[in-house]
Design a protein around this ligand. Structure first.
Ligand code: SAH
Length: 366
């Protein structure tokens, strides 16, 4: 059963080639691609414009969907979190964040995560496995269908952020394939310019991304301005320390379009990385490398049993002021969906909400 071809992870030309192996004409491949990616149908039985025999054959040899929704949670701020399961029963989480002028969907690249960042709850799952291109694409399809109805065109633009569970750059090929499929104008038509991928700092892939034609935007999780502290908070720093990371960023910078900047994310942990001295060190580090970057300060989203608290608001403001005084562009990220374990660093396949079930939209038995 698991041998069936996952059609949602195929590009349009691949789908054409696949239907040809079944003795079908090329236009059927294009038709199925549009049914999956544009009409966002998740079963062959719904594709009633295909001949019955073809639908039956497809049900034998292929699969139209790979994920099943297990639960969905609604935050008081409108954010939704989906807890889904792969066919081999592994958790996948996706967050839908409505904003005034656009929606942002935060997708996962892996089930669990192999990195051991001490401030992130996902780390506690360990790596279960990397997701397939189809499992990445389907997260977006599920979120859009749930928000607007199957196949309904979203009223606002859709931005994607690869900031859910997992390290996207440890699943690089599947990630890029998923992005190419989603960019297809005959499908979801979400172009790379609307996508930001966040990495903990896998240096060789940062260099690779710089050479990708039509690439997504890049964000880098920094969390500390010195190797000593970053080694502690993000052990991946021992493999690729700050100097190497920022040198790779400098190379990446050459691929930026006019006006484009890349982002450093800095999670603010009370009393750990948020002092005036840390702010000065951070500004000096970025300025020394002459990087055209902006810094996003993310107040820590606390979650048991993580040993941190978010920095106080005055601390965040002071930190921001110090960076700005040294010429750095800074934004403070407003946390979304904390009450349903949907905020950054809170994805750990939790079956509950902080407000005890009030915001559980539905639970589907598996
Ligand atoms: N592995 C990738 C993408 C996932 S994390 C990466 O590390 O970038 C997405 C963002 O959430 C990162 O910037 C990370 O630093 C941040 N984050 C992780 N745990 C957090 C927490 N508890 N509170 C706030 N932000 C957190």
């Amino acid at each position: 059963m698991n041998q069936r071809v996952e059609l949602i992870g195929l590009s349009q030309p691949e789908l054409v080639a696949f239907v040809e192996t079944l003795g079908e004409p090329a236009y059927r491949g294009r038709q199925i691609f549009a049914a999956l990616q544009h009409r966002r149908l998740r079963s062959f039985d719904e594709m009633t414009d295909l001949p019955k025999e073809l639908r039956a054959r497809l049900n034998e040899v292929a699969q139209a969907s790979s994920l099943q929704i297990e639960s969905r949670y609604l935050s008081s701020d409108g954010t939704r979190r989906y807890l889904m399961k792969t066919r081999d029963n592994l958790p996948v989480e996706t967050v839908f964040i409505p904003e005034e002028h656009r929606d942002t969907i935060c997708f996962s690249s892996q089930s669990g995560c192999p990195l051991q960042c001490t401030f992130c709850l996902t780390a506690q799952l360990g790596l279960l496995r990397s997701l397939t291109p189809g499992e990445i694409v389907e997260q977006i399809i599920i979120a859009l269908n749930d928000a607007y109805g199957t196949g309904v065109k979203p009223p606002r633009g859709t931005n994607l952020v690869g900031m859910g569970a997992g390290e996207p750059f440890l699943n690089f090929d599947s990630l890029l394939k998923a992005l190419r499929i989603m960019a297809d104008p005959n499908g979801l038509h979400i172009v790379p310019n609307r996508v930001t991928i966040s990495t903990a700092g896998i240096v060789p892939r940062i260099l690779d991304l710089a050479n990708v034609f039509d690439r997504p935007h890049l964000a880098i999780s920094l969390a500390a301005p010195t190797d000593a502290l970053r080694n502690e908070l993000m052990p991946i720093n021992k493999r690729w320390p700050l100097e190497e990371l920022l040198n790779a960023c400098k190379v990446f910078e050459h691929s930026l379009k006019p006006g484009e900047r890349f982002t450093f994310e800095y999670v603010m942990l009370d009393g750990v990385n948020d002092s005036d001295e840390h702010a000065r060190q951070l500004a000096n580090l970025l300025n020394r490398h002459g990087l055209r970057a902006k810094v996003n300060l993310i107040p820590h989203n606390p979650a048991e049993p993580l040993p941190y608290q978010p920095s106080r608001a005055e601390r965040v403001t002071r930190f921001k002021d110090i960076l700005e005084a040294k010429g750095i562009h800074v934004y403070v990220r407003r946390p979304r969906g904390r009450d349903i374990f949907a905020a950054c660093g809170q994805l750990a396949a939790r079956h509950e909400t902080l407000n005890a079930g009030r915001s559980l939209l539905s639970e589907v038995a598996t």
